[in-house]
Design a protein around this ligand. Structure first.
Ligand SMILES: Cc1ncc(C[n+]2csc(CCOP(=O)(O)OP(=O)(O)O)c2C)c(N)n1
Ligand code: SF4
Ligand SMILES: [Mg+2]
Length: 313
């Protein structure tokens, strides 16, 4: 990539146009726009999209916010659908039925419910077969579209409608699944974890690498949801910065099996700083619940140490 220039990147024509029905300040749309800005001018994209907030709010026939070819998928098979499209593309190109002058890229977007849980088998298959595509998960940590149900990406102790906090419950029982590491173990050429940082360079560089690395690539984007996480939507950048500075959401990439941190906080902040900004963790700050925060911190530390270890090998 030539030198990164935020102004230049932000001035590129939008490939997800305004006028969709996502909530204002939604992390999913910010993530999609950031990924699509990494497409080189003149290159075409075929987008697959599993059911979720993004799909139901950006494509309501006959209206669409997508400037590129777009396929709405069932939850279960977003990975499989784009595998098929990419295979058909290669076959048609070989037979001379598609102009060799245009480059097509295949990008699938899925929420955490559609990716960590329901579409996991088709994602795993697509990654293992090595299709030349990118799967992008926008992880907002719950099934937001149907009313904030827990998924395997939901952090421990989060208050959701299926893990409601009350006198007998402190929210979700289990810590979240580490999907980025699981996909990296598929021996894909590129897998990375990112979110929105001040200059958007991290997400831009990783998106460009994922799109232009041949083979099956994976991006996991922490995409905050102001409704489900219960924070003021203007605070999204602060929330993302706290996610990386507390090491709740480490920024790293795995290129051909080599792990690399792309951001290391100067000072690792305590997890309370991230939790206290969000209504879904409000109960953790009630007197008597101090041990839950300690547990949360221990899990964050364990995962952070694990990443540092992998990056040092
Ligand atoms: C097989 C199947 N089960 C349930 C649904 C209902 N449904 C539609 S969107 C959605 C939530 C999607 O959650 P996620 O993938 O995390 O995306 P988000 O809504 O958070 O953007 C659910 C459960 C469905 N469409 N298909
Ligand atoms: S509910 Fe959350 S994920 Fe869905 S559109 Fe609104 S902000 Fe985005
Ligand atoms: Mg979700």
């Amino acid at each position: 990539m030539a030198g990164y220039n935020l102004k230049e990147i932000m001035n590129k024509p939008e490939r997800l146009s305004p006028g969709h029905r996502m909530c204002a300040g939604c992390g999913a749309t910010i993530g999609v726009r950031a990924v699509l800005r990494a497409l080189h001018e003149g290159d075409e994209a075929v987008i697959g999209n599993a059911t979720g907030c993004l799909e139901v709010s950006s494509y309501m026939y006959p209206y669409t916010a997508w400037e590129d070819s777009y396929i709405h998928n069932a939850f279960e098979n977003a990975g499989a659908t784009l595998s098929g499209v990419e295979t058909a593309y290669r076959a048609l190109k070989k037979r001379g039925k598609i102009s060799p002058d245009t480059t097509y890229k295949f990008i699938t977007f899925g929420g955490d419910g559609g990716t960590y849980d329901i579409g996991f088998q088709s994602l795993s298959g697509a990654m293992e077969r090595g299709h030349d595509m990118v799967y992008v998960c926008y992880d907002n940590g719950a099934y937001m579209n149907t009313g904030i149900q827990r998924s395997s990406a939901t952090p421990q102790f989060a208050d959701t409608t299926t893990t409601p906090v009350g006198s007998l419950s402190n929210g979700k029982l289990q810590p979240r699944k580490d999907l980025t590491a699981i996909i990296a173990e598929h021996n894909v050429p590129y897998a990375a974890q990112t979110t929105f940082t001040r200059d958007f360079k991290d997400i831009h560089v990783k998106s460009e690498k994922a799109i232009y690395t041949e083979g099956a690539c994976f991006l996991n984007i922490l995409a905050p949801c102001p409704r489900g996480w219960r924070y003021d939507m203007a605070d999204i950048m602060k929330i993302c910065q706290l996610a990386v500075d507390t090491c709740y959401w480490p920024l790293f990439e795995v290129e051909n099996g080599t792990w690399r941190l792309t951001y290391e906080p100067k000072k690792k902040l305590p997890i309370e700083d991230f939790l206290k900004e969000q209504g879904r963790f409000k109960h953790l700050f009630k007197p008597g619940n101090e041990d839950l925060i300690v547990q949360f911190q221990e899990e964050v530390d364990r995962r952070w140490e694990d990443i540092l270890f992998r990056c040092s090998r």
